[in-house]
Design a protein around this ligand. Structure first.
Ligand code: SAH
Ligand code: SF4
Length: 364
């Protein structure tokens, strides 16, 4: 038996095992890992891929993360917030197309006007869909009171990436002030969970100065956190950010892509019953990147519903795909793409994380 086969047979991976799996560079070995992960996915959460229609609500952000194109400090960026009618139209579209769920994502803001606006939109979305649309929020760090308010208004999943689980690395990619505190981020994750949301987190892969050991710590962090859903994908530089200067020390895009596939596969083996998203950034690096992510163990896809006129302004990183394709075209294209992977599509279903359902039953 090869070392790889021996590791794959284990019930629990040590850190060394994770490092070994993330370091596989031979295509034949990587393929063994990916197809094993896919088989574990299918026997645990099934063959269905669920949709989460993505609404990029606003690019106004009070933060200054060094990697992100819509950071406050990027003065070249024009700013927008979608009017209520447009947001609700997107939600209606998702409902009518039988997507099952949507995600509202935005730059971070926590003023009371913003909090109330989101609360209002949540209630309206629930109303227009007869309470049927599942809603995930990805609106950054907020107070317990805000998380609670939004939960009561109808959101039931919350996605907040830890970005990188190492305290030192975190401070390398963020300004050192209260607004970008590592401890606050970790605390926010605990708060989200305690309020009753399905908790989502994730990391960026291939950041400058990030090692395989760092990434193995990230996977152990996610496991320890007992997350219900994970969205992780390659870091892609944006030329209007401070981190662009580190472009020269990055691993190649191909390596970042393959490493992201291995991260998905290893995480699926470590946490077989969670939901894992095929991040849009995967498609930026490979035209069939999301399909490959599904084949490696992902089971969630996030079709972009943001009206085309705003997409140029929501460029977290360079080269985001489908910049000029409207949502109706995306649906047909995506269904074909997913079917090509041999998966089924969970249309009209929430597709909640099985891990969460189990967590609810055991009261953890
Ligand atoms: N403001 C919210 C949500 C919007 S940003 C938040 O920060 O949580 C959503 C995600 O985009 C971030 O969590 C980050 O992981 C990702 N992102 C930002 N810049 C990126 C880049 N240059 N490459 C890849 N992902 C990036
Ligand atoms: Fe703002 Fe999120 Fe970008 Fe950070 S990653 S600058 S919080 S939008």
């Amino acid at each position: 038996m090869t070392i790889l086969e021996k590791i794959l047979k284990k019930k629990k991976f040590s850190k060394q095992d994770i490092i070994y799996l993330l370091s596989l560079f031979r295509k034949d070995e990587q393929d063994i890992l990916l197809s094993y992960s896919r088989s574990i996915k299918e026997s645990t959460v099934g063959k269905k891929v669920y949709f989460r229609g993505l609404i990029e609500y606003s690019n106004i952000c009070v933060k200054n993360c060094y990697y992100c194109g819509i950071r406050l400090g990027n003065k070249l960026q024009e700013r927008y917030t979608m009017p209520d009618e447009e947001v609700l139209e997107c939600a209606k579209f998702a409902y009518e197309q039988n997507y099952g769920s949507i995600v509202i994502q935005s730059g971070e803001r926590s003023n009371i006007r913003f909090v109330k606006k989101i609360e209002h939109l949540l209630k309206e979305m629930k109303k227009l869909s007869d309470n049927k649309l599942g809603i995930t929020l990805s609106l950054g760090e907020q107070s317990a009171e805000t998380y609670r308010r939004w939960f009561e208004a109808g959101a039931h999943r919350y996605l907040l990436r830890i970005e990188t689980s190492g305290r030192e690395l975190y401070s390398k990619y963020h300004p050192s002030n209260e607004l970008h505190s590592y401890d606050n981020r970790v605390e926010a994750l605990a708060l989200i969970k305690s309020i009753g949301y399905q908790l989502g987190t994730g990391v960026m892969i291939g950041l400058p100065g990030q090692s395989i050991e760092n990434l193995s710590n990230d996977l152990l962090f996610i496991k320890q956190l007992d997350a219900d859903m994970v969205g992780m994908g390659p870091y892609i530089e944006n030329e209007h950010t401070p981190m662009y200067k580190d472009k020269g020390i990055l691993i190649s895009k191909k390596e970042r892509f393959d490493l992201s596939l291995r991260m998905i596969a290893v995480l699926r083996l470590m946490m077989p019953d969670i939901n894992i998203a095929a991040a849009t950034a995967m498609q930026t690096l490979d035209p069939v990147g999301r399909e490959k992510a599904i084949n490696a163990g992902a089971n969630i896809i996030m079709p972009n519903l943001t009206p085309v006129k705003y997409r140029e302004s929501y460029q977290l990183y360079d080269g985001k795909p489908c910049m000029d394709e409207d949502a109706s075209k995306c649906t047909g294209c995506l269904i074909g793409r997913i079917k090509s992977t041999g998966s089924d599509i969970g249309l009209g279903e929430w597709g909640d994380s099985k891990h969460f359902i189990k967590r609810l039953k055991t009261g953890k």
